[in-house]
Design a binder for this molecule. Structure first.
Ligand code: HAM
Length: 404
């Protein structure tokens, strides 16, 4: 027997319903905020992710599904959605329309070769949004509010954590301070952190090792060293969240695992799904578009982790809908198709192709979740009529095929 690869999952029956429910809810909310659908390929040139997500990140350094295709091109299955959307944005020359704003939503499979565990897959799905052309912190707030709306509609509780990662004005001097601090404590930091001092010191703040964590309590904090503009924006974000009663906490060690962020960074956490607790993450990435050779364009976005959210979502009670239609005798079966076809203009219809007794048809209607069970019996066939039972109201009637 051939099984799915390790860390990759099929979604069948109840799970696939939850999946669709989450995606449709997220699409519904994001449309209300002015987002339009964008579809980009799963396979991209490897250098796209190296340049955007960053060579020193774990995602690019350790987790890429990277290979040479038959033409010898170095390609990679996307580990996240932002880089591809930015590439598409530049390729469509939308970066040249500097006075316009563009808002895109997307969903689909992402691939990271991580060690699989609960909430951590090698193929997983994201729903994401990217907003281009809006530099105002109002947009950061609006995106956070929108994610809150999606979770509210799904009936999910969360904890919101925010931080500011500064900008090219304040980040470099902070980086220097941090490197000095980390170098002094080098002997006590774990192996990973030691490596990161030289490659990506900011990521040290995010280390899960207990000893490193306790050392970092005394590390310099970026939000205390923000330049005026970054500080003003961060304070405004806090003010907006407070005034709209959106609860949050400031996590000065929240740095995100991707290198393209600046200013606002945020994560939505759930306490009910174990150690892989981030159910959404995002932030501002104002430099990425020019970094990928586009015209400078401010941008902010986020992605939801669908499988993690699936652990939390309770499906709304199944509402019986549509028709189940069958016959008791073989001769009547052909009649079912034209009746069903007309009915399908407005309703869901399931046809049973085999003749059965009434009781079996009622069971069949129940199994497919139909509201109405419609059956052509021996007499009904002669009289061109059909028997219908409303399985919710428990009422029956016989009507002509025309009326049906
Ligand atoms: P990310 O934080 O890497 O951000 O991923 C977003 C979400 O995807 C996470 O919060 C988590 O729920 C889910 N996720 C990540 N890795 C896995 C995995 N191995 N298994 C299951 N779920 C996972 C990004 O990808 C950014 N592109 C978000 C963004 C959009 N920032 C700006 N725009």
């Amino acid at each position: 027997m051939i099984n799915a690869l390790r860390g990759m999952k099929d979604l069948t029956f109840e799970e696939s319903q939850r999946f669709v429910h989450i995606i449709t809810t997220a699409i519904g909310v994001s449309k209300k905020y002015g987002y339009n659908y964008i579809e980009t390929p799963i396979l991209e040139e490897t250098k796209l992710f190296k340049r955007s997500v960053g060579e020193s990140s774990d995602i690019v350094g350790k987790e890429m599904y990277q290979f040479k295709d038959k033409g010898g091109n170095d390609v990679c299955m996307r580990p996240e959605g932002t880089a591809g959307v930015v590439r598409a944005f530049i390729q469509a020359k939308l970066d040249r329309r500097q006075n316009e704003k563009f808002k895109f939503y997307y969903y689909g499979a992402m691939f990271r070769y991580e060690r699989p565990q609960k909430g951590r897959l090698r193929e997983f799905h994201q729903f994401g949004c990217e907003s281009f052309g809006e530099a105002s912190v109002y947009e950061d707030f609006t995106i956070i509010e929108m994610i809150g709306d999606i979770f509210k509609e799904l009936g999910i509780g969360y904890k919101l954590q925010i931080n500011s990662l500064g900008c090219p004005n304040c980040m470099p001097s902070y980086r220097e301070n941090l490197i000095n601090f980390l170098t002094e404590s080098q002997n006590e930091l774990c192996e990973d952190c030691n490596r990161r001092i030289g490659t990506n010191p900011i990521r040290v703040l995010d280390c899960k090792n207990k000893k490193c964590q306790s050392l970092l309590l005394n590390s310099p904090k970026l939000i205390k060293n923000l330049c005026n503009s970054c500080n003003k924006d961060f304070q405004k974000l806090i003010e907006l969240l407070n005034s709209e009663n959106i609860e949050f906490e400031i996590d000065t060690n929240l740095v995100r695992g991707l290198d393209y962020y600046n200013k606002t960074a945020f994560e939505f956490i759930s306490n009910d799904i174990g150690s892989q607790s981030a159910i959404a993450g995002g932030g501002r990435y104002d430099k990425l578009i020019e970094f990928l050779d586009g015209k400078p364009t401010p941008a902010v976005g986020f992605a939801l982790g669908i499988e993690r959210i699936m652990e939390l979502v309770k499906m709304p009670e199944i509402i019986r809908e549509g028709y189940y239609i069958g016959a008791m005798d073989k001769e009547a079966i052909d009649t079912l198709f034209s009746l069903a076809h007309k009915k399908r203009v407005s309703d869901k219809v399931t046809i049973e192709y085999s003749p059965k007794k009434l009781k079996a048809h009622l069971k069949g209607a129940d199994r497919v979740g139909a509201r109405y069970c419609a059956v052509i019996g021996e007499n009904e066939f002669i009289e061109k009529k059909i028997w219908i039972k409303d399985l919710v109201e428990k009422k029956e009637k016989i009507i002509s095929w025309n009326e049906f």
